[in-house]
Write a protein that binds this ligand. Structure first.
Ligand code: 4NP
Length: 172
């Protein structure tokens, strides 16, 4: 588990010309592309599109090149999100290219910490759920792949909460 006190100072990202955030899950077809879409809308609504660069990826390459899972796209589109990201796997240089690397569950976090090439790279790794303010009993953004509609709705509820929290922490 990543201790927030050893993570990159989120507030200091505001001083950068461009803030680069990578969202990470397992397959990069459900949670992380949805997180990217939710955060992109927040940024766009506040007129900060040019200040942010958002991307997402996964550890499992079986869906590489695919659009997000149809179920995720359907649930997201009901909330006005058009998810067009194409799945890709984590690349070693992502740790250099991005300022913040946001994992969805503890497995993602431990895989990211293991893949990070340095202690500085490890400090960029944070948990999405740590930025949620309205879901105190939730300890991760759970994998919805084998769930029904409720699982996808929960993911979107958590991501809307946590992305707003992350955005506010950066921009406060
Ligand atoms: P995600 O969900 O990590 O939120 O994209 C999954 C998508 C695909 C698989 C597992 C989780 N899979 O095993 O194919």
């Amino acid at each position: 588990m990543n201790d927030k006190s050893t993570s990159v100072e989120i507030g200091s990202l505001k001083d950068k010309e461009k803030i680069k955030i990578l969202f990470v899950c397992l397959g990069n077809i459900c949670r992380s592309p949805a997180a990217q879409g939710v955060m992109q809308r927040l940024v766009d609504e506040r007129g900060l599109s040019s200040r942010y660069e958002l991307d997402s990826c996964g550890f499992y390459g079986g869906h590489a090149g695919d659009l997000p899972d149809k179920r995720m796209r359907v649930h997201a589109s009901r909330r006005g999100y058009d998810l067009t990201h194409r799945s890709r796997v984590l690349r070693p240089w992502d740790f250099d290219d991005f300022d913040l690397i946001v994992g969805m569950d503890d497995r993602n976090i431990s895989d990211l910490l293991e893949a990070a090439p340095s202690a500085d790279a490890q400090r960029k790794v944070v948990r999405m759920i740590d930025f949620a303010r309205c879901h105190p009993y939730q300890d991760c953004v759970p994998d919805p792949y084998y769930d029904g509609a409720q699982g996808f709705e929960l993911v979107l509820d958590l991501l809307e909460d946590a992305c707003a929290g992350l955005f506010d922490e950066i921009e406060k």
